[in-house]
Design a protein around this ligand. Structure first.
Ligand SMILES: *Cc1c(COP(=O)(O)O)cnc(C)c1O
Length: 427
């Protein structure tokens, strides 16, 4: 018995993520940070991690034979995708579940009975938090920002999931949100719930604080293991070895960007893996300067301690390790016809559905970058990290219908009445 359980522990330490069955979703597992971050990130989570996500998420190369990829093909670019949109089922899917594994482990360890978080009315983060909270026995409370704050928000897209899991929803206008700030609104709702005898755990916008961001340190560790495995694949010739040159993804509240940028920088710091890939975060709501500063704040919360030889402030270090691109276009959750047409073409040519608010804008911007500056990308390997968000498409069905001209719908004429596609005679 002892020997068997020792073996089990040894194996699960050797292969992170190898626990494939769960006693309870609320069960916490010890978390050992990857070795490469120990010297620099001092704030490792002390309450372990839940296993809410389906990890490892798929990683594969896309064939570039369709017209959309003509330029990439000519430039001899290799294009990979990491499918964090497949990190779980529909309730939890997307990048937020990686953060929630740490955040909710903390909430449970400290005896909270409910969760409050905040976001836009189609927030993927709020939907994932609400569902995860229910899975582990916590009560979900969501503050949603909407132009329609005075109305009932209805049940489109993420809201349907929010409501199916029985979230308590509180609304505010974008103006109120801007004036008070998200943390103050959360704090006030928390005081209200406390006055009713509840013990609410507060999660900031997007789950992007120091603790949640460990989810993407863990994500980088996962990616690098997959990358090594891919290159070690039997039967691959040397010409099929790929160095990872660019990593691209959407940036909204900054946690994903912090985890990916710090993770990739630290994992490559000793040079044994070669140079770190260039990290491209595409901002979909704020300006790049805001993100450089906020990413530095999160890094501070993770206990970053740069060794003296760097001689840099945290923000200078962050600016060296990532590029934030301006990708918000018309503004947060607002799409141009070109962006939506791109999401359509990408779906048609790859079978992969992006979302309009995050992943669609991020990849649309990558394609523009390659067009503007082809020589930077010639012969390079690009990885796109798909962060999920498909439920956001339901908020844009009318606009998408305008651009979906390539999916015909025909009436079958099974009786030969002369209208529609005649299949009345068996040919
Ligand atoms: C929240 C979100 C992002 C952005 O991640 P942050 O960590 O908030 O920057 C990207 N894609 C999708 C689908 C999201 O829901």
């Amino acid at each position: 018995m002892r020997a068997a359980s020792f073996l089990f522990v040894a194996i699960s330490v050797m292969i992170p993520g190898s626990v494939r069955s769960l006693k309870l979703p609320s069960r916490s597992y010890p978390y050992n940070p990857p070795k490469w971050c120990n010297d620099v990130l001092k704030g490792a989570p002390s309450h372990g991690r839940l296993r809410l996500a389906n990890l490892y998420t798929p990683l594969y190369q896309l064939p570039l034979h369709s017209p959309l990829f003509k330029l990439m093909r000519e430039l001899d670019i290799s294009f990979f995708i990491k499918r964090d949109d497949c990190s779980s089922g529909v309730e939890l899917g997307g990048n937020k579940v990686r953060k929630l594994e740490f955040l909710l482990a903390d909430a449970l360890a400290k005896g909270y009975d409910s969760v409050i978080t905040i976001g836009g009315e189609q927030s993927n983060h709020c939907r994932a938090t609400a569902a995860a909270a229910r899975m582990v026995g916590l009560e979900p409370h969501l503050i949603l920002r909407s132009q329609r704050a005075d109305e009932d928000l209805g049940t489109i897209g993420n809201l349907l999931m929010d409501r199916m899991v029985g979230s308590s929803i509180y609304t505010c206008t974008p103006g109120e949100y801007g004036r008070f700030g998200s943390n103050e609104l959360i704090a006030r709702v928390a005081r209200h719930l406390e006055s009713m005898g509840k013990k609410p755990y507060c999660i900031p916008v997007g789950g992007s604080n120091g603790l949640g961001t460990w989810g993407y340190i863990n994500g980088v560790d996962e990616l690098l293991q997959q990358w090594d495995e891919l290159n070690a694949d039997e039967g691959q010739g040397d010409d099929e070895q790929h160095s990872l040159d660019h990593v691209v993804f959407a940036c909204g509240s900054g946690g994903t960007a912090t985890g990916i940028a710090l993770g990739l920088a630290l994992a490559h710091a000793d040079g044994s893996r070669g140079a770190a890939p260039k990290v491209h975060a595409v901002g979909v709501c704020d300006d790049p300067d805001y993100f450089y500063s906020f990413v530095s704040t999160i890094a501070g919360e993770m206990g970053i301690a740069l060794p003296a030889p760097y001689g840099l402030t945290i923000e200078e270090y962050v600016r060296q390790k990532m590029i934030v691109h301006q990708g918000k276009g018309l503004g947060y959750a607002r799409s141009t016809p070109e962006e939506l047409a791109f999401v359509q073409s990408f779906a048609r040519e790859t079978g992969i559905v992006l979302d309009p608010v995050y992943s669609g804008k991020a990849l649309y911007n990558l394609f523009s970058l390659v067009e503007k500056d082809p020589e930077t990308f010639r012969g390079q390997t690009i990885l796109f990290w798909h962060t999920g968000g498909a439920l956001g498409l339901y908020d844009k069905t009318d606009d998408l219908a305008d651009t979906s001209t390539s999916s015909p719908c025909e009436r079958l004429d099974v009786y030969g009445k002369g209208q529609g596609l005649d299949i009345s005679k068996d040919l």
